[in-house]
Ligand binder design. Structure first.
Ligand SMILES: NC(=O)c1ccc[n+]([C@@H]2O[C@H](COP(=O)([O-])OP(=O)(O)OC[C@H]3O[C@@H](n4cnc5c(N)ncnc54)[C@H](OP(=O)(O)O)[C@@H]3O)[C@@H](O)[C@H]2O)c1
Length: 300
């Protein structure tokens, strides 16, 4: 599997600090920075097989490159096969072995193909990072003839990870493996207008995994739900309002996921999320009225 790091190359935390490049508000919102303990990460991942869905872009892509320094077997999945192949060429210059699988995870036949490939692996699977996702920002009144927005988001954000995990559960049980769900703070905050398809589908899988977790823990499978705030990836580019809002860097997000591989904590969330949850519960009526007033003000 090769070396871990070139002699003289920067330590992971040096790379991290150099890359975050946050404004003051972002520094405050995303503290504390999660410096990776490379030794613990390597010990947790050495010779393990890690599946990353949605590895061709954003958070999944950064995570694949981060783990590429380790002696692991990465299975990268997404629809853009060419992009995954280019990543494989780059990553395999370091330590990891990379298998790419081009699949639209909404498609039953392509999911089955991926699953049968994983079931044929001699050492099974150790870590599943359920990351592939689709977001849609559209008001309900603009969605009246767009039921497919709701079926598509449910297909990739809910049904696909459920089916993958149901099939992979016996393998994860035999390796005492780990499921990491890339969730969002929105699953526990007052829902925002315009995001019904995304928020409902992300909340569905978050709730599914939370409900399944006690059984999984009983079977020796660890679970981690990571509640990310806004992360500056291609996913948020179509939403103009997000361009000036504080957002976590995808490198930082990848560090948080990598850290969860050895810390195996059940959840990660920004420090301020519990306060947001409290406000969402206590002031639900006031928040809904304020949102309605704002939309009326815009003539919606
Ligand atoms: N960005 C944020 O602000 C934010 C915040 C909280 C949580 N998240 C979550 O983080 C995860 C990653 O998002 P990101 O921000 O990194 O977005 P991104 O850059 O748009 O990446 C999404 C990934 O999902 C893959 N994907 C989408 N539909 C797919 C399908 N049908 N089949 C297979 N793969 C599919 C995409 O690959 P292909 O297009 O090549 O298929 C891509 O690799 C998502 O689950 C998202 O909900 C994001």
């Amino acid at each position: 599997m090769g070396r871990l790091r070139e002699a003289g190359a920067p330590l992971a935390h040096e790379r991290i600090v150099a890359m975050y490049n946050y404004r003051l508000l972002e520094k405050l919102l995303f503290l504390p920075f999660h410096r990776l303990n490379e030794k613990r990460l390597e010990a947790a991942c050495r010779h393990k097989t890690v599946l990353i869905t949605g590895a061709s872009s954003g958070i999944g892509e950064k995570l694949a490159f981060k783990l590429g320094y380790l002696p692991v077997h990465l299975i990268l999945v997404a629809r853009r096969g060419d992009k995954l192949l280019a990543m494989k060429r780059d990553i395999e210059r370091s330590s990891a072995r990379v298998s790419v699988y081009r699949a639209d995870l909404r498609n039953a036949g392509e999911r089955e193909g991926l699953l049968s490939m994983i079931h044929r692996l001699p050492d099974g699977i150790d870590i599943v990072v359920s990351n592939a996702g689709l977001s849609i920002n559209r008001s309900i009144m603009d969605s009246l003839d767009r039921n497919h927005d709701f079926t598509r988001t449910m297909a990739i954000n809910y049904f696909a990870p459920v089916e993958l995990l149901l099939s992979l559960m016996p393998l994860l049980k035999s390796t005492q493996g780990h499921v990491i769900n890339i969730s969002t703070i929105n699953t526990s905050l007052a829902p925002l207008p315009g995001w019904a398809a995304y928020q409902a589908s992300k909340t569905a899988f978050d709730t599914w995994l939370r409900s399944a977790s006690p059984e999984l823990h009983g079977a020796g499978i660890a679970t981690t739900s990571i509640y990310f705030p806004l992360v500056r990836t291609p996913m948020i580019e179509p939403t103009a309002a997000y361009s000036q809002m504080p957002a976590m860097s995808p490198e930082h997000a990848a560090d948080i996921i990598a850290k969860s591989m050895y810390a195996r904590r059940r959840t990660w969330m920004p420090w301020w999320l519990p306060f947001g949850q409290l406000v969402s519960v206590l002031f639900r009526g006031a928040l809904e009225r304020a949102a309605a007033r704002k939309l009326r003000g815009r003539g919606r």
